[in-house]
Design a protein. Structure first.
Length: 355
């Protein structure tokens, strides 16, 4: 009697739970992209992510579970091989039947070149580069189109990638090497820190998912519009706060110029050329001299890097040090991740420049 009377309630509870059985199987590369896709898929399904918290997207070896996820995917959203040169071959081999979308190559995406030198030229903040790509009519990012891009302009410095051997031969990438460690040429892939790019990508993600899953097209579009409105609201509040700050700052590595450009901020320079190797002695000395000579308010460190480097470059200068994380390692995954990341990044800038 007890079992029989309990069964209808159990079945009712099960039926009330959300089901993702018919949702597209979507894989993303990094947490910020997962957050954008999760916002669009809210109420329908949940995307997977390849690069786990704390791992560098510049150099990562796929696990068997990652390979299985790619093999069974309907769609893959990733920044592009400027950020993850190791992933392109895996997509070709494992996700041959999936829709592949490189967000950095998406129409309307704001894209910036890496800034050159230890101390950045301030004019570098004021322009957007198109790199000669014609994006008109390129919304159909199928698998073949997603990998036939000309990346001759996407140079990767030897100092950034020398420590990673992924077992892939990327002959289609032009690696411009500057052995002095004072130049990092090519397209800056940290484009998710532009709120405008986030809005643009939400619309693109909704469009691509609607092609795969027309039954939920209205949900995807509604979610994307809501996500864009959330970004607009956040940008307005962050802009008001950041307008009250002043002074120059130094970043650990050049990952924030999209955010800086969006809010009119001015970075003096970067401690490290990239996030995969330590800076040279000469670079440390140059940035330390620049900090002492300029009116620098603070220096940003990052959680995965040696804090001793920050202490070294700030020796003799009275500047604040604040930890910032462009990947949002400690932010909870989900539909609010992207706006949480932007809010946290803005809060770190306010904290740093208000000291």
């Amino acid at each position: 009697m007890f079992t029989r009377s309990l069964l209808p309630a159990v079945l009712l509870g099960v039926s009330a739970l959300p089901t993702f059985a018919d949702a597209p199987r979507v894989v993303t590369d990094i947490a910020p992209v997962q957050g954008l896709v999760a916002r669009v898929m809210a109420g329908v399904g949940e995307p997977d992510v390849l690069v786990p918290p704390g791992a560098s997207p510049h150099g990562y070896s796929l696990r068997p579970s990652d390979a299985r996820a790619l093999s069974s995917s309907d769609a893959v959203f990733w920044i592009g091989d400027e950020l993850e040169p190791w992933l392109a071959d895996s997509l070709s081999e494992l996700a041959a039947e999936a829709t592949i979308v490189s967000l950095l190559d998406a129409p309307g995406t704001t894209r910036l070149d890496f800034r050159e030198g230890v101390v950045f030229a301030q004019s570098d903040h004021d322009h957007d580069h198109d790199h000669g790509h014609d994006h008109e009519g390129d919304h159909d990012h199928d698998h073949e189109d997603g990998h036939d891009h000309d990346h001759a302009d996407a140079h990767h410095d030897e100092d950034e990638h020398a420590h990673y051997d992924h077992g892939h031969d990327h002959d289609d990438h032009d690696h411009g090497h500057d052995h002095s460690g004072h130049s990092h040429e090519g397209l800056d892939p940290h484009a998710w820190l532009s709120p405008q790019n986030g809005k643009q990508w939400l619309a693109l993600i909704a469009e691509e998912l609607a092609k795969i899953d027309p039954a939920n097209a209205e949900i995807y579009q509604s979610n994307a519009l809501a996500g864009q409105a959330e970004i607009d609201e956040l940008v307005q509040s962050l802009g008001a706060e950041l307008e009250q700050t002043d002074g120059q700052f130094v970043v650990f590595h050049d990952a924030y110029q999209y955010f800086e450009t969006s809010f009119g901020l001015k970075s003096l320079g970067a401690i490290s050329l990239g996030d995969a190797s330590d800076p040279s002695v000469a670079r440390v000395a140059e940035i330390r001299d620049a900090i002492l000579a300029a009116d620098v308010s603070c220096v940003f460190s990052e959680p995965q890097f040696n804090p001793g480097l920050v202490r070294t470059v700030t020796e003799g200068a009275e500047v604040a040090s604040v930890v910032i994380d462009p990947l949002g390692t400690k932010i909870e995954a989900g539909a609010s991740f992207y706006t949480d990341l932007l809010a946290d990044t803005g809060a770190r800038f306010v904290e740093c420049l208000s000291n």
